[in-house]
Design a protein around this ligand. Structure first.
Ligand code: ATP
Length: 235
């Protein structure tokens, strides 16, 4: 479904990604694991069109999307839930969700998807008229995910959905990610919580200082001493 081929991405003179390649198949949950600053968010931004690779290519359904406008990429079916959520605090929950569908014209489909989002996140339904800024951190994460789903993505990019959430909420968010996956949406999940991410992923890539240093199934990575000591608490 998605192929990243040997991309090099820079911020000015700083090279954030160094020859990164990876592949995501239809229906998979793929996770990217790595320390702060490794380049995970940069990779998601490059896929969603917020950054352009200097060299290399991002292929979606066999066609290059590198260099295309972010809006075009959303229309083609890739939605990005950025780190830190970026919801519109002064707008209501429902207005935030409707914004997620702003590129769509199918009014009936939008209604149906709004119902689906409310089924997935009953909390958002209860608070639909409330301004988004009054939601808790976990509810804001749900809203950011719901808003991305309103674009009807085939591939969902999630950047650190568990960040700053209490353990119980982290569990809820991961359960919902699995539910989203079961509806047929492919997922690329960036996480620092490697244990949780590996528990739901089909495959994983480990990124260190801009390079993919390891990849495999969760079982393979759980066996790796390198992964164990750096990302799984050393046990
Ligand atoms: P985090 O979990 O902290 O977001 P990350 O793995 O997602 O980490 P990136 O945010 O992709 O890492 O950052 C990769 C590298 O690029 C880091 O060295 C970072 O300092 C640098 N970087 C990120 N954004 C910018 C920017 N806007 N300008 C300059 N350098 C940047």
């Amino acid at each position: 479904m998605l192929k990243v081929e040997n991309i090099n991405v820079y911020y000015g003179n700083i090279q954030a990604l160094k020859g990164v390649s990876l592949e995501i198949n239809q229906g998979e949950i793929v996770t990217l694991i790595g320390a702060n600053g490794a380049g995970k968010s940069t990779l998601l931004k490059t896929i969603s069109g917020l950054l352009k690779p200097k060299t290399g290519e991002v292929l979606y359904e066999g066609k290059s999307i590198s260099g295309k406008a972010a809006q075009t990429i959303v229309k083609q079916g890739i939605s990005h839930v950025p780190e830190g959520r970026r919801i519109f605090a002064n707008m209501s929950v429902i207005e935030n969700l409707e914004l997620g569908a702003f590129l769509r014209k199918d009014k009936i489909g939008i209604r149906e998807d709004l119902e689906k989002v409310f089924q997935l996140f009953p909390r958002l339904y209860e608070r639909k008229k409330q301004s988004a800024g009054t939601l808790s951190g976990g509810e804001q994460q749900m809203l950011a995910m719901g808003r991305a789903l309103m674009a009807k993505p085939r591939l969902l990019l999630l950047d650190e959905p568990s960040m700053g959430l209490a353990p119980l909420l982290v569990k809820t968010i991961f359960r919902i990610i699995e539910e989203i996956s079961q509806t047929g949406t492919t997922i690329l999940l960036v996480e620092q919580n490697a244990n949780m991410a590996l528990s739901i992923a089909n495959r994983a890539y480990v990124i260190e200082t801009g390079r993919v240093v390891l990849s495999g199934t969760p079982d393979e990575l759980n066996e790796s001493d390198q992964v164990k000591s750096a990302y799984l608490g050393g046990h």
